[in-house]
Write a protein that binds this ligand. Structure first.
Ligand SMILES: [Zn+2]
Length: 194
């Protein structure tokens, strides 16, 4: 991995060395952290989370993992990972939402508590968030891969020329990761040089 190996980048080493207080959001961060969206872009209500067990398929519903809109649109919380160039196995993760068909959604929900989702999927979905720093990302086509053990499903974007899909295929540089954090309210660039 020669040229791009981040272990020689002092900012990357600082990132993992010890936690720091974020100048932008005030929270403590350590290492690479996910950026999460609490609901699909289409869901109009506030982010008031019901328990998963209260799931209602016929109206509007939002919990940490499931969302239903007007009894017609079904969403699950998933992750979209971008490989970090030179960062070994580290991925930059977005906690985001995707649609599923009603049928697949019901399969997913039924298996959710047991965590036994082996052999399910992959399924088709429409990407359901607008990410900052890209042309509109809402309704990009994706494939939803299920994981066992209660891990969130993983989104694989269709192989288009959309910049987000390109970044998922080719990876992002550490500078781009820092830019994405800054765009999303965590400008950590100064913290990494202290
Ligand atoms: Zn922050």
């Amino acid at each position: 991995m020669s040229d791009h190996d981040l272990s020689s980048d002092p900012r990357w080493r600082r990132l993992w060395e010890r936690p720091w207080r974020c100048n932008s959001c005030g929270d403590e961060h350590h290492g690479i952290f996910d950026l999460a969206w609490g609901k699909p872009a289409q869901f109009p209500g506030p982010e008031e989370l019901a328990p998963n067990s209260a799931l209602d398929l016929d109206g509007d519903f939002l919990s940490e993992d499931f969302c239903v809109l007007e009894g017609e649109h079904f969403f699950v919380r998933a992750v979209l990972e971008l490989p970090i160039i030179g960062g070994g196995d580290e991925q930059f993760g977005y906690g985001v939402w995707t649609t599923l068909s009603r049928e697949n959604f019901q399969h997913y929900v039924a298996a959710f508590d047991s965590g036994e989702q082996d052999g399910m999927g992959p399924w088709f979905g429409w990407f359901s968030n607008r990410l900052h720093g890209y042309p509109d990302t809402l309704n990009l086509k994706c494939t939803v891969h299920l994981n066992s053990g209660r891990q969130r499903p993983q989104i694989e974007l269709a192989p288009t020329e959309h910049p987000l899909a390109v970044e998922q295929r080719l990876g992002v540089t550490f500078d781009r990761v820092l830019e994405l954090y800054a765009i999303n309210g965590h400008d950590i660039r100064r913290s990494l040089t202290d």
